[in-house]
Design a protein around this ligand. Structure first.
Ligand SMILES: [Zn+2]
Length: 236
């Protein structure tokens, strides 16, 4: 999509004319030289994951009012994508989150004017607050991978859901679901704790607990950066 939002120059009101730049037609102002590159607006899209389910909102407003919608929104000027994740999620559902994973970027358009958007997809984990729909969200619901909506507010959201599904049902794993070997590699390679050789501890009764206890030295945020979470009711 490369359609200009402007018919007239936003600076001086002169009618824009077509100008070919590097083989691409660009609307240009013959008076001041303004060129509309039709760049996309950057947005964040956030899947909050818990127990293999994701939190999704239903839109309270147009466009696409009433449709299921991935939480998120436009990034403000001067704001990082990470800050936009925290701000949008807090505004829309009242949760504080930590980012577990970047899913990729997804192109789309927004609204009747077809404003081009570039949606940066994240998976995040709640670290506090109580989920309640707010701002432009009418309703919140947790969905398991096999019960997700078929129709979404915006086409890129299906692609983002597919990207999440390719992570074998979840980007975030409870620490106690890891095999001893997986835990060992994360402790050693991701968190940099020196460990004895794997085969020296793997066959011992205490081996698994010994490996898992290394995760206790890390904050929820540090663990989320490796896609890990302590499940509720787990001893730390
Ligand atoms: Zn102009």
């Amino acid at each position: 999509m490369n359609e200009s939002a402007f018919t007239f120059c936003p600076h001086d009101g002169t009618r824009l004319t077509e100008h070919i730049e590097e083989g691409i037609p660009r609307p240009r102002c013959p008076s001041c030289g303004f060129i509309d590159y039709c760049n996309p607006k950057p947005c964040v899209a956030v899947l909050i994951e818990e127990h293999g389910r994701i939190l999704v909102g239903r839109r309270a407003k147009e466009p696409a009012k009433g449709f299921w919608d991935i939480l998120g929104g436009f990034i403000d000027a001067g704001e990082t994508a990470e800050n936009a994740v925290h701000r949008e999620v807090l505004e829309e559902c009242g949760l504080r989150v930590t980012i577990a994973r970047y899913l990729g970027s997804f192109s789309d358009t927004y609204g009747p004017r077809g404003i081009p958007t570039l949606n940066l997809g994240f998976v995040a984990v709640s670290t506090g607050g109580e989920a309640r729909a707010d701002s432009d969200v009418a309703e919140l619901r947790w969905f398991a991978p096999d019960e997700l909506p078929e129709t979404w507010a915006f086409p890129h959201q299906q692609a983002m859901i597919e990207a999440w599904r390719r992570l074998a049902g979840g980007a975030v794993r409870p620490i106690h679901d890891l095999t001893t070997e997986e835990a060992y590699r994360l402790v050693r390679d991701h968190f940099g704790h020196p460990l004895p050789p794997l085969d020296a501890i793997e066959n011992e009764d205490w081996g698994r607990d010994y490996v898992l206890q290394h995760f206790q030295r890390h904050t929820a945020e540090e663990l989320a950066s490796a896609g890990l979470i302590w499940e509720e009711n787990e001893t730390r």
